[in-house]
Design a protein around this ligand. Structure first.
Ligand code: PLP
Ligand code: COI
Length: 354
């Protein structure tokens, strides 16, 4: 695909690593391409980062036809930049697109435009410990009409943002509230798609949790409110009496790439992760008996994030003395070691940028 490049004439000053936080600063350019049914993807372009014109009747503004991805570019000690399993994000994006009746992007086209765009923006990848260039590909339905149907026109964009840690706690344990009123998703719904609406509907519970000092909520299943699903922006894993457990991909959970990588990593070390139903009752029993050794969340933005406190129905449970556990630390070190190129990538997960 021919990608036109219009470079900015007023490059921004790059922020210091200490002020980065998550998703507050954006780089100099953005990628855009358009889709029309019958014509396919067209007008691929890299242009200066700016506002975009959107028709007031555009599908996304009324019916929420939107999906996104989250991935990172990492700067290695030798100054080069690499991605982590980009093909997994591309495949998940196409699965989300299928669910939300948005067009597919052929995998090689998606990889080509992503790579080209990151080549242009790679100087924005920060180099300090724990920092990276967050990559946000997204697609939205863009018909200029109020009829409700699968879209005929769509827009795909990529924006990038230099980031530090997602939680203000960094690698210190976070506090998570088990949510028993709202639900995030049900099987057959959109829970396993990475679509904007899932997050909009999650904010009410998230805000309630934040008001009483919790970073995010841990969702229970939407039918019985009995089984553990995932946290707002990460999958969740527990070590109970030596067993590493994570909720199985039931259809209502986002199939995280970090989750998948941890399972594969532990398998390569001869360890098994049980992907199974885990009820909140089992979890509470383990917390009360003291057999819940460790809990952590995992995701691109959150990396591997220890959970130091869980609250359920008003009762607070501290995990591992509110300290990062051995397995959590090992996973954090191994995964970030591969991502930032400090450890050899025996898994074939890294993808160098020219
Ligand atoms: N679950 C939710 C709801 C998320 O938003 C994310 C973040 O993308 C994850 C899980 C973790 O997915 P991944 O590891 O692919 O980033
Ligand atoms: C990610 O980890 O990439 C996410 O998309 C989480 C997010 C909603 C901030």
């Amino acid at each position: 695909m021919n990608i036109t490049i219009e470079k900015t004439t007023s490059p921004k000053v790059k922020p210091e690593s200490s002020v980065l936080g998550f998703g507050k600063y954006f780089t100099d350019h953005m990628f855009i391409m358009d889709y029309t049914e019958g014509e396919g993807w067209k007008n691929a372009r890299i242009v200066p980062f700016d506002y975009i014109p959107v028709h007031p009747a555009s599908t996304v503004l009324h019916y929420g036809s939107e999906i996104f991805e989250g991935m990172k570019a990492y700067r290695k000690a030798d100054g080069s930049v690499q991605l982590f399993r980009p093909i997994e994000n591309i495949r998940r994006m196409n699965r989300s697109a299928e669910r939300m009746c948005l067009p597919q992007i052929p995998e090689d086209l998606a990889l080509e435009v992503l790579t080209k765009f990151i080549e242009v923006e790679k100087d924005w990848t920060p180099s300090d410990e724990g920092t990276s260039l967050y990559i946000r590909p997204f697609m939205f339905g863009n018909d200029e009409s109020l009829g409700v149907h699968s879209v005929k026109n769509a827009t795909f964009m990529i924006i990038t943002s230099p980031v530090g840690s997602y939680y203000k706690e960094g690698l210190n344990p976070v506090k998570i509230l088990i949510e028993s009123k709202d639900v995030r998703a049900v099987r057959g719904g959109t829970g396993e798609a990475k679509c904007g609406g899932n997050y909009a509907a999650s904010n009410r519970a998230g805000d309630r949790a934040a008001k009483i000092g919790y970073s995010q909520v841990l969702w229970l299943d939407g039918v019985e409110r009995k089984y553990i699903e995932e946290v707002g922006a990460m999958n969740v894993m527990f070590k109970i009496g030596g067993e590493i457990v994570t909720p199985s991909l039931s259809g209502s959970i986002l199939p995280g790439i970090t989750r998948k990588s941890i399972i594969e990593l532990l398998k390569s070390e001869g360890l098994t992760v049980s992907e199974r139903l885990l009820s909140v009752d089992e979890l509470v029993e383990a917390l009360e008996k003291g057999t819940l050794e460790e809990a952590w969340g995992c995701g691109t933005a959150a990396v591997v994030s220890p959970i130091g406190e869980l609250c359920y129905n008003g009762k607070k449970y501290v995990i591992n003395d509110n300290k990062i556990g051995e397995t959590t630390q090992h996973l954090y070190d191994t995964l970030t070691g591969i991502q930032w190129g400090r450890k050899e990538d025996n898994m074939g997960w890294t993808y160098p940028i020219k």
